[in-house]
Design a protein around this ligand. Structure first.
Ligand code: HPA
Ligand code: ZN
Length: 337
């Protein structure tokens, strides 16, 4: 498309990417060797080499098929320098695609369960954030995600630990979110956590309506009072919900290449972009897990452009909505607009 150079130059915000999902096979093998972590090549031959793992990432049956690889790969992250290397590699790549503001998810329970402390993760991620600010003039935030496949008390314990350490009060974490396996774990299960976060004045988002139905998005709004919805793809199946998202200006953080790779939709052409644009829903376009899904943010923008041929004015509207939906200071928003 003749708009590719325009899209590359367009200042972008990214709100939906899991930092562990930017662990490229090459860095995974490097960190596993350094840390003496054995990958389970006896159980899955895909772990034999960078090339075979990369080949395996070309096709996933569904969300859980992907998550199996995602949780094994991140076990190579051990010390603060590993988290710094991971996050810095993402920030550098995002900066090269003109991302000016990035809000990054991470999954502390997947690390504390292996003996990696909160302070180790935070030290590494913060070091990378400082470098992104200094070298790329990029503002960044961390969103602490809790895992839906673990019990509520585990999420509560992790939330209390982060809150007790002052990570929300001091701005280290901008918000909480929820991710991992979706369908068996409807949003209403997490009411206690979201009530506690709201009472503490902490921002709240959750994955919903990726594989799960539109009703999970309704639950996220009704029961969790989520201020943002990650994916929310299946909201298009509920007209009343769409109207509500428009009225409330709720940001959907959409990830088209992820949806294709995890077989939520058959192809980018099936992505409900026109429906969301025409309804007036506020959304941003994001990479989700770029090391697994075949592209960073710009490849997601290109894929939409190649399938839907948006106008410059439409892209400028999307960019503006993604600034307005960002969790940064009002001052920073003015700079980004
Ligand atoms: N969905 C749910 N959980 C996740 C994802 C996703 O796409 N990526 C990492 N954790
Ligand atoms: Zn996600």
């Amino acid at each position: 498309s003749p708009l590719h150079p325009f899209l590359a130059a367009l200042p972008k915000c990214e709100h939906h990417m899991h930092i562990e999902g930017s662990l490229e096979p090459s860095l995974l093998f490097e960190l596993a060797a350094k840390n003496g972590i054995a990958l389970p090549v006896d159980k899955d031959a895909a772990f034999a080499s960078v090339e075979s793992l990369h080949a395996r990432y070309q096709t996933f049956q569904n969300l859980d098929d992907f998550l199996g690889y995602y949780y094994i790969a991140m076990s190579a992250l051990v010390d603060a320098a590993d988290f710094e290397a991971l996050a810095y590699a993402y920030f550098a790549k995002a900066a090269s695609q003109n991302v000016r503001h990035a809000e990054v998810f991470f999954d502390p329970q997947a690390h504390t369960s292996r003996g990696v402390s909160f302070s180790t993760m935070v030290a590494g991620l913060k070091a990378a954030q400082r470098r992104a600010q200094a070298e790329f003039n990029m503002s960044t935030e961390l969103i602490m995600c809790l895992l839906k496949h673990l019990p509520l008390p585990d999420a509560m314990k992790t939330f209390e630990e982060a809150k007790g350490a002052g990570y929300f009060a001091d701005g280290t974490f901008a918000a909480i979110g929820m991710d991992s396996s979706e369908k068996p774990f409807p949003p209403k299960m997490w009411e206690e956590l979201f009530v506690a976060a709201k009472e503490a004045g902490i921002r709240r988002t959750t994955h919903a309506g990726e594989e799960g139905p539109a009703d999970y998005v309704v639950q996220a709004l009704d029961v969790l009072d989520a201020q943002r919805i990650d994916h929310g793809l299946r909201s298009v199946e509920d007209e009343a919900l769409l109207k509500r998202l428009v009225e409330q200006k709720t940001l959907l953080t959409l990830c088209p290449l992820s949806n294709v790779k995890l077989q939520c939709i058959g192809s980018v052409a099936e992505f409900p972009l026109r429906k969301l644009l025409d309804a007036g829903v506020r959304f941003s376009i994001n990479s989700d897990d770029p090391a697994y899904f075949g592209g960073y943010i710009l490849e997601n923008y290109y894929a939409l452009q190649d399938n839907f041929g948006l106008t410059i004015r439409e892209w400028e509207g999307i960019a503006q909505g993604s600034v307005l939906g960002s969790w940064c200071s009002e001052e920073r928003k003015q700079e980004l607009l």
